[in-house]
Design a protein around this ligand. Structure first.
Ligand SMILES: [Fe+2]
Length: 252
């Protein structure tokens, strides 16, 4: 164990080990998506009613620090697991709707920079941010980011983790393959996302500037991601043509 990195020691401790490094650990504690990329998937009920689930993605930066994308509710063991992987450099509330657990995450990692999606600091005046992405242009080594164009309702910032070629989305894409809960099934079916990788009807309807949103589609395709993490549903492994298909509503 002495020559292992803190991250490897942690994975050995939780039973992942080197052989399983690139696999996914379900359902508890931590998903190991790739080298330098982890996620915490947790149950979450929207409006205390609708079980939609939530996923926080942890992006490893080139200097070994971490970026927490869309924090979920974290317990002591979760926080310990994150600290075992690396120091938290930045915490991001990546759209106007994903900020409920930002405050507790900021308290848990007080030395981290706190970044908000465009417009969020007006909505959450109780939270303290270093700035809004788009107005400020912070650099996260090894990670690119892009403000989704043409949608006031969403205010989403997409991230791209270069080393693993992973696009990190919040609500711009859903990938819900199955829900036991009938209400959740109905919700996703009505939103046009049940059982498929897609943007919801609500997101599509909220796009008021298609030219700007088309820039976003091009930004995504230019990155050529091989995987997309979403906050609601399963991690999506990109297959030939699948991204183009999910973005067709913007590209036509
Ligand atoms: Fe969401």
């Amino acid at each position: 164990m002495g020559t292992q990195s803190p991250a490897t020691r942690f994975f050995v401790r939780v039973g992942v080990g080197r052989a399983g490094y690139a696999g996914r650990v379900e359902p508890q504690r931590i998903e190991v998506l790739d080298r330098g990329l982890w996620a915490f998937a947790r149950p979450f009920r929207a409006l205390d009613t609708l079980e939609v689930g939530a996923r926080m993605t942890v992006l490893g930066l080139e200097d070994g620090a971490l970026l927490l994308h869309s924090p979920v509710r974290l317990d002591d063991a979760d926080r310990e697991a994150i600290r075992a992987v690396g120091p938290v450099r930045a915490i991001v509330a990546p759209n106007l709707w994903h900020h409920l657990f930002f405050g507790p995450a900021a308290e848990a990692f007080p030395s981290a920079e706190r970044w908000a999606a465009p417009g969020l600091s007006r909505r959450r005046k109780d939270l303290s941010f270093h700035g809004e992405l788009g107005t400020a242009q912070p650099i996260f080594p090894g990670v690119e980011w892009h403000v989704v164009g043409g949608s006031r309702l969403l205010g989403e910032v997409l991230f791209f983790h270069r080393a693993s070629r992973t696009l990190v989305a919040t609500d711009f894409f859903f990938h819900v393959l199955h829900r036991d809960d009938a209400l959740a099934r109905t919700y996703y079916t009505l939103s046009g996302t049940y059982g498929r990788f897609a943007s919801s009807r609500l997101i599509r309807a909220a796009v008021w500037d298609r030219a700007a949103a088309r820039e976003t589609a091009r930004w995504i395709l230019d990155r050529d991601p091989r995987r997309v993490t979403v906050c609601h549903g399963e991690v999506f492994d990109v297959t030939p043509g699948s991204l183009e298909s999910a973005l067709r509503w913007l590209l036509v």
